[in-house]
Write a protein that binds this ligand. Structure first.
Ligand SMILES: Nc1ncnc2c1ncn2[C@@H]1O[C@H](COP(=O)(O)OP(=O)(O)OP(=O)(O)O)[C@@H](O)[C@H]1O
Ligand SMILES: [Mg+2]
Length: 524
């Protein structure tokens, strides 16, 4: 008995083509039967695939009409780190009055690249790639300090209805498996102009509701070390940091040095409108240089504390490769501050040998490329200003102010001891002895000195609730320990030896700030 067309019996075949003949007559399937069975199986598989393909196509056609395949599609693309902002902009747009939507997830998108135009074709694309419909899956991406996150769709269709008519948006995050390098939004509806306007509107809202604005962010590469080996995707990740709270009284520097830095960074920010109105440029670059432990990072933390509401982008180590991305964010979210820590690390970038532009020159070009009227500050730090000198000399004008953070003089050392004393009871009969012995050390050395003296005091203290009382003996023993020749490495680590560090003469020579001397070794 024949089966209705399109049906296949899955009953067991009684014997294989090579099986023995049955005693009650020949019931073996003939070759033609086997072929027919194979054909039917294939037909069934294709039908199933078609059904799946059509489920996406039907969905689109039911929303946009049967002519969906010919509708124009407008597209927008954003870098990977902007995914959370695209989602923020999209969510705002979707929530506008009079607009309703339904979101449908797309599955099995990992090994294929496609756009909305592919999905609207009834007989193409999706079936080959095995895309399917499912509930929407999201990644929780950082959206603010303190661990705040926002769900961002990986790959989904939004079926939108508003007074202007039905519309479909396909939103895709980056995907290293498929080579999808950007975050994309494809929009289709009957009117091309409207599709383009919607993409523009989402772009505008993504900037307006940018979650990075006004926060302190660190650029860093992902686990792939900045790029997946099989694709060219670079995945700059931005992480939110808490804004530090360093007060002016916690920064112990010669008053004129601190005032010079403040004037360039904070003063220009404060008077930005007036300066701009009188035709002065706002973009500025400052270089903080000096021996390790003299407070370059500390000063940056103070500046960031003072610049509440300013977007701060911090680049250090490998993240320096993302300077172009950082500049792009800074431009969009100005007023902003870009901190490039330990810029000497890129002064001898290996890329130079491969014919690629060395990173340092890329940085200097980016600094130059930003519009002068943008309120963007670059703060570069280094303890090897001499390494930067040739590049800065070749491309002058990027750094308007170089500040040498010197080793603390006697008065500064006194202030530092007071600062890092905390709740310690400093009961010193000869306070000047420690000041004299610490000539040539750094601020961070003095901080550690007090901690060790406190430890010595704790060792001998009976009452564990009373404030620790540090005497000359405790402080002297701590100093002996730190200045002991056998502790050379510790001193280097505290930035107190001056050994191996070049004086900052280089950048002074370039930027014309003579009169500063290289650091001295302790006891010199
Ligand atoms: N001028 C200073 N005033 C007050 N505290 C300071 C000063 N300099 C350094 N310190 C203290 O020492 C710590 C280490 O200093 P910091 O990290 O700023 O040094 P740095 O100049 O950035 O060194 P490196 O070249 O190694 O990066 C700071 O966190 C701060 O506590
Ligand atoms: Mg530092």
């Amino acid at each position: 008995m024949g089966l209705p067309h399109g049906w296949v019996s899955y009953g067991p075949v009684t014997a294989g083509p090579a099986g023995p003949p049955a005693a009650d007559g020949d019931t073996r399937p003939e070759l033609a039967d086997v072929r027919r069975l194979a054909r039917r199986l294939l037909h069934r598989a294709v039908s199933a695939a078609r059904a799946e393909e059509n489920s996406i196509w039907h969905l689109l056609a039911s929303h946009l009409g049967p002519g969906v395949a010919t509708l124009p599609v407008a597209s927008g693309a954003w870098p990977q780190y902007d995914q959370v902002n695209v989602q923020a902009g999209l969510d705002v747009w979707l929530a506008e009055p009079g607009r309703s939507h339904q979101a449908v997830g797309i599955t099995r998108f990992h090994h294929t690249m496609f756009g909305l135009a592919d999905l609207t074709q009834p007989g193409l694309g999706p079936a080959q790639h095995g895309l399917g419909l499912a509930s929407v899956s999201t990644d929780m991406l950082p959206s603010g300090p303190g661990g705040a996150t926002r769900p961002c769709v990986r790959c989904a269709l939004y079926l939108v209805t508003d007074p202007a008519g039905p519309l479909v948006a396909l939103v895709q995050g980056t995907d290293e498996h498929s080579g999808q390098e950007s975050v994309t939004v494809d929009v289709a509806c009957a009117d091309r102009e409207r599709s383009e306007q919607v993409v523009d509107e989402i772009r505008r809202l993504a900037v307006e509701h940018n979650v990075f604005r006004g926060h302190v962010l660190a650029f860093g590469a992902d686990v792939f070390g900045g790029g997946h080996p099989f694709t060219r995707i670079r995945r700059p990740l931005l992480s939110f940091l808490d804004r530090p709270g360093v007060g002016r009284d916690q920064v112990i520097l010669p008053p004129e040095v601190l005032a010079g830095i403040e004037r360039q960074v904070l003063g220009v920010a404060r008077h930005a409108d007036q300066l701009l109105a009188s035709g002065q440029h706002l973009k500025r670059g400052i270089l903080l240089h000096g021996a390790p432990g003299t407070g370059k990072t500390h000063t940056v933390r103070y500046l960031i504390s003072e610049l509440a509401g300013v977007t701060v982008l911090i680049l250090s180590g490998d993240a320096l490769r993302m300077i172009a991305e950082a500049c792009s964010v800074a431009r969009t979210l100005q007023p902003s501050l870009i901190v490039v820590e330990d810029v000497d690390l890129i002064a001898e970038d290996r890329a130079a040998r491969m014919g690629v532009q060395p990173l340092l020159f890329q940085l200097l070009n980016e600094m130059d490329g930003l519009g002068a009227d943008l309120d963007v500050t670059f703060v570069l730090t280094t303890n090897r200003a001499d390494l930067l000198e040739p590049a800065l000399a070749q491309r002058p004008g990027r750094v308007d102010h170089a500040a040498l953070l010197p080793l603390p003089d006697a008065e500064a050392r006194r202030r530092l001891l007071r600062l890092y004393q905390g709740n310690l009871d400093l009961d010193l009969a000869e306070p000047d002895a420690a000041i004299t012995r610490t000539e040539g050390v750094t601020a961070s050395f003095l901080k550690e000195l007090l901690r060790r003296a406190a430890l010595n005091a704790a060792d001998g203290a009976g009452d564990t609730t009373a404030p620790l009382r540090v005497t000359d003996a405790h402080l002297g023993a701590a100093l002996d320990e730190l200045l002991d020749v056998r502790n050379q490495l510790t001193r280097v680590l505290l930035g107190a030896s001056g050994g191996g560090q070049q004086g900052p003469r280089g950048a002074d020579a370039v930027i014309g700030d003579p009169g500063q001397r290289p650091p001295r070794r302790p006891g010199q």
